[in-house]
Design a protein around this ligand. Structure first.
Ligand code: CP
Length: 329
């Protein structure tokens, strides 16, 4: 039993450094199972309710993959129109019902606070897979896990990190959650690069300043940015009042090999929560970076499976039983 057992994961506010280290240690131990060098049936008979009321590729599929790799089964509901929410059923009633069919639920919903509201009606743990522009805690954990691994490769740790966050910092929930987690560490330098209209929300800026970290705010990439991590984001057009409004910003902060070489260090790690918008008018992370060894975006997505396996194991209290239930590969 750990502090995670039986509890919801709704916000990164629930985590301190010890909790993060615990998640990372369990995630690391999941690697042979994720690579299928070993097999475990520790969650045999358990059911994940995977409820995605907003589009998703990697969060939805990696939650399901992680649960399957631990031996469990996955039942999915995708899209609001395919659920009784479209008939006016409340989140509370939906939670009461579906928590009778599942051992744990992962959920994404377009409204901020909706996953927490759902969790109030649930009889099993609920994991937030993204609620509107609010939070994406499992993405933040996998991003931080990736940062830790990438920096270790460069002989550094998270304390003292310089991270540049670029693009839509207003609606991009991943940068909100990641910033809050980074505030738990020491001497972080945040360089926030965004148009004034898409600036990081004040409550995140306050958290950064109150924790005593260094903060640089600008609306353009100027000269050299001596960052360890360049975290690029997509314009979250689905959260803008109109397509026309979103179009004003699409393509404003492109990163390609030429711009990277001009503004960043040769070792700067390039991250993006994905999806990247590959349409010509946006293209915030160009395909010409695909062969750059510092591009960590697909290491992020692979790490997402490890972190989500760890969160399932911890929340269901089986993290110490995974090896006991090993089976032949
Ligand atoms: N990073 C992320 O949340 O991707 P999806 O929207 O594909 O789940």
């Amino acid at each position: 039993m750990s502090q995670f057992t039986g509890n919801h994961i709704l916000s990164v506010n629930q985590f301190d450094r010890d909790a993060i280290e615990k998640v990372f240690a369990v995630a690391h131990s999941m690697e042979p199972y994720a690579r299928r060098q070993k097999r475990t049936t520790v969650l045999d008979g358990a059911i994940l309710g995977n409820l995605f009321f907003e589009p998703s590729t990697r969060t939805r599929v990696s939650f399901g993959t992680a649960f399957n790799l631990l031996g469990g089964e996955v039942r999915e509901t995708t899209g609001m129109s395919n659920s009784a929410l479209a008939k006016g059923e409340s989140l509370y009633d939906t939670a009461r019902v579906l928590s009778g069919y599942s051992d744990i639920i992962a959920m994404r919903h377009p409204q901020a606070g909706s996953v927490a509201e759902f969790a109030e009606g649930s009889r099993v743990p609920v994991i937030n897979g993204g609620d509107g522009a609010n939070e994406h805690p499992t993405q933040a954990l996998l991003d931080l896990f990736t940062i830790k691994r990438e920096l270790e490769y460069n002989g550094k740790g998270i304390d003292g990190l310089h991270i540049a966050m670029i693009g839509d910092l207003r609606y991009g929930r991943t940068v909100h959650s990641l910033s809050k987690l980074l505030c738990l560490f020491d001497n972080i330098h945040f360089t926030l690069i965004a148009p004034a209209e898409l600036a990081m929300p004040d409550y995140i800026i306050d958290a950064i300043e109150n924790a005593g970290h260094k903060l640089t705010i600008t609306d353009h990439i100027d000269g050299r940015v001596e960052a360890d991590i360049c975290y690029q984001t997509r314009i979250q057009e689905e959260r803008f009042p109109s397509q026309e409004e979103a179009n004003k910003y699409r393509g404003r902060f492109r990163l390609n090999q030429t711009i990277y070489t001009k503004h960043f260090q040769s070792k700067t790690v390039i991250m993006h929560p994905l999806p990247r918008d590959s349409r010509m008018e946006a293209n915030e992370l160009d395909n010409d970076l695909n062969s750059n060894p510092n591009l960590a975006i697909f290491r992020q997505t692979d790490n997402g499976v490890l972190v989500r396996m760890a969160l399932f194991a911890l929340t269901l209290g089986v993290e110490d039983l995974v090896a006991k239930y090993e089976r032949d590969v």
